[in-house]
Write a protein that binds this ligand. Structure first.
Ligand SMILES: C[S@@+](CC[C@H](N)C(=O)[O-])C[C@H]1O[C@@H](n2cnc3c(N)ncnc32)[C@H](O)[C@@H]1O
Length: 569
């Protein structure tokens, strides 16, 4: 039973000597007391050390960082550091009949389970591979939609819980053997799903769960359990803990064809346990076929350095990132970027407006303390904020008012697209935000009292829907300029040590290539212009391919796809 294994109850140790990983070098430096130092040290089960032994990773557990992974040797960018096969994963309901539920390939021919009508496969092979697991979940899957609707619980959460309980059942029956006889040791290991028992070691943050969430999940859980076979039953309280563990640890799996779309959601206990979040990560995770997750370095990593990934958007302001992590993962980010002084951090640009006097830096807006963010308490606007470069001051009130105006325009632009499909109206709202700069000539009526910094998060966020509006209205040249601004902004961040190799950057390079190709075809009869656009398209696809080779690996379908685009120009 899950309850008997609950890690929160039985495995917690306060012994500070329990620590795993290689011996640390002695340092003469006086140790800084970390603000993150709290809670007991979690011991590491030898199973995880054994799983990791073929990878260049040491597992550690410390008071400051909890359990985490470090590099066991110096690593180049683009190194695969870990594979894991999900204990269970679900194709998200938005894509339920678009991707195979076993290999995740896009469905060109569909096979559907005629009983539940909720499981889709690309081939007989995948259908047969799923048959034992599906036999356990077929009848509950048929009613999960109605349970989710009646209780207001996310249907994909309920589907994932059901598949995890099926995995538990199959582990108990000891029926699962790795199905792929590949001779590469790492791959062989990865094709065996991580066993269900590992989920008990995952952090759940159950004590911080929203009471409304607890109530509805318990209600949905009771209903779901009544649909499950006897052998799959667990106490509803354990089902709730499992739901909290999914919320805190699940990973989205990307589509191999499209950009930036999570088509599936999986629980990967080993990854969930050892890869902490950082707002300036050195690794990325990418979904590969069959519900596998791969972790790769996106920059060179020194021996002993912690290996981190991001769980959220890196181009959001510090307060927004922390709020996002609090809401979605129940923790307060204490990474280096979030704890460095605001006046020295790249974060000041994302949150603020240009200094009216020197036009070189921004007024430094202090980050909100956790209590204020959790209680929705507004910033103290009684004083002044100073420019990080020249020190001239502006009233907090006027800086905030400019930012609020910008936020309002951004929301109006987004709503015009979402509610009315009014691309012209949206463009009118978004364009002044993106055009705003320290160049006085481009200042508009709507942007009084200062401009957004070019790297301000509202401005950056506005640029993406603006590019889509421009594309929609066939103003391809303008869309290209906005796409260039997006890439320039990301590269400017990268100069200040944010990652330069991310899936998002590769997507914007691909998009730029496609826009330039469109311009080339519009100018097919004007040889010099056509040649110029084709040259830029090829360069953009080559950039996308370089970044993807690092982030996804040279053999990933997304890398191959963009290489083909480059070759076709
Ligand atoms: C997916 S787990 C990572 C493993 C975790 N260290 C453990 O021991 O289970 C995510 C949890 O780790 C902690 N964590 C990860 N990144 C963090 C960060 N940047 N700041 C503070 N806590 C973090 C939070 O408790 C979070 O819910």
């Amino acid at each position: 039973m899950l309850a008997e294994n609950k890690k929160e109850d039985i495995m917690v140790s306060n012994d500070p000597k329990i620590e795993s990983g290689p011996p640390k070098k002695k340092s003469n430096k006086k140790k800084k007391k970390s603000a993150a130092a709290s809670g007991p040290i979690e011991p590491i089960d030898p199973y995880y050390e054994q799983v990791m032994q073929t990878y260049p990773v040491f597992l550690r557990s410390t008071k400051a960082k909890g359990r985490h992974a470090t590099a066991s040797k110096q690593l180049d960018e683009g190194t695969t550091i870990f594979y894991e096969q999900a204990t269970a994963f679900v194709v998200r309901s938005d894509y339920i009949d678009e991707h195979c539920h076993v290999c995740l390939d896009l469905l060109t021919t569909k096979m559907m389970c005629s009983d539940c009508q909720k499981s889709f496969y690309c081939s007989k092979k995948c259908f047969e591979q799923d048959s034992d697991t599906h036999a356990l979940v077929c009848s509950p899957m048929a009613v999960i939609d109605s349970i989710a609707r009646a209780t207001d619980v996310d249907v994909d959460l309920l589907r994932l819980i059901t598949l995890l309980l099926a995995r538990r059942q199959r582990d108990n029956d000891n029926k699962d053997a790795p199905d792929d006889g590949g001779n590469d040791q790492q791959k062989q290991q990865a094709t065996a799903p991580t066993p269900f028992w590992c989920t008990k070691d995952l952090i759940s943050h159950r004590n911080h769960a929203n009471p409304a969430f607890v109530r509805v999940v318990k209600e949905a859980g009771e209903r779901l359990l009544s649909e499950l076979p006897e052998s799959m039953q667990i106490p509803v309280d354990d089902l709730l803990t499992l739901a909290c563990r999914i919320n805190s640890n699940a990973y989205g799996l990307g589509d191999n064809e499209a950009r930036n779309t999570d088509v599936a959601l999986g629980l990967f206990p080993v990854s969930g346990m050892f890869f902490n979040h950082a707002c300036n990560p050195n690794c990325a995770f990418v979904g590969v076929q069959h519900g596998q997750l791969t972790f790769r370095t996106i920059r060179p990593v020194k021996q002993g350095e912690e290996l981190t990934v991001t769980y959220i958007d890196l181009y959001a302001s510090r307060d927004e990132r922390r709020q996002d992590l609090l809401d979605s993962k129940n923790f307060w980010c204490k990474c280096k970027r979030c704890t460095s002084p605001m006046e020295q951090s790249v974060d000041r640009f994302l949150q603020s407006i240009m200094c009216e006097k020197c036009h070189e830096d921004v007024y430094v807006i202090p980050p909100s303390p956790m209590e204020d963010l959790t209680q929705g308490k507004p910033l103290d606007l009684s004083g002044e904020w100073k420019c990080a470069k020249c020190g001239s001051a502006a009233s907090a009130q006027s800086v905030t008012s400019t930012i609020q105006q910008a936020q309002q325009m951004y929301m109006e632009g987004i709503m015009a697209i979402r509610k009315q499909r009014d691309y012209r109206g949206a463009r009118a709202k978004l364009e002044p935000l993106v055009a705003s700069s320290n160049n006085k000539s481009t200042k508009t009526e709507n942007m009084k009292g200062g401009d957004l910094h070019p790297r301000n998060a509202i401005r950056f966020n506005a640029s993406i829907p603006l590019m889509n509006c421009l594309r929609h209205s066939q103003d391809i040249n303008a869309a290209i300029n906005v796409n260039r601004y997006i890439i320039e902004t990301m590269e400017a961040h990268a100069k200040e040590n944010l990652p330069k190799n991310t899936p998002e950057i590769s997507d914007f390079w691909q998009n730029l290539g496609e826009l330039c190709q469109l311009m080339a075809s519009k100018n097919s009869d004007r040889v010099p212009l056509n040649k110029r656009w084709r040259k830029e398209a090829k360069e953009a696809f080559d950039h996308a391919s370089q970044v993807r080779s690092i982030v996804f690996g040279p053999d990933h379908p997304k890398t191959k796809f963009v290489k083909e685009l480059a070759a076709s120009v």
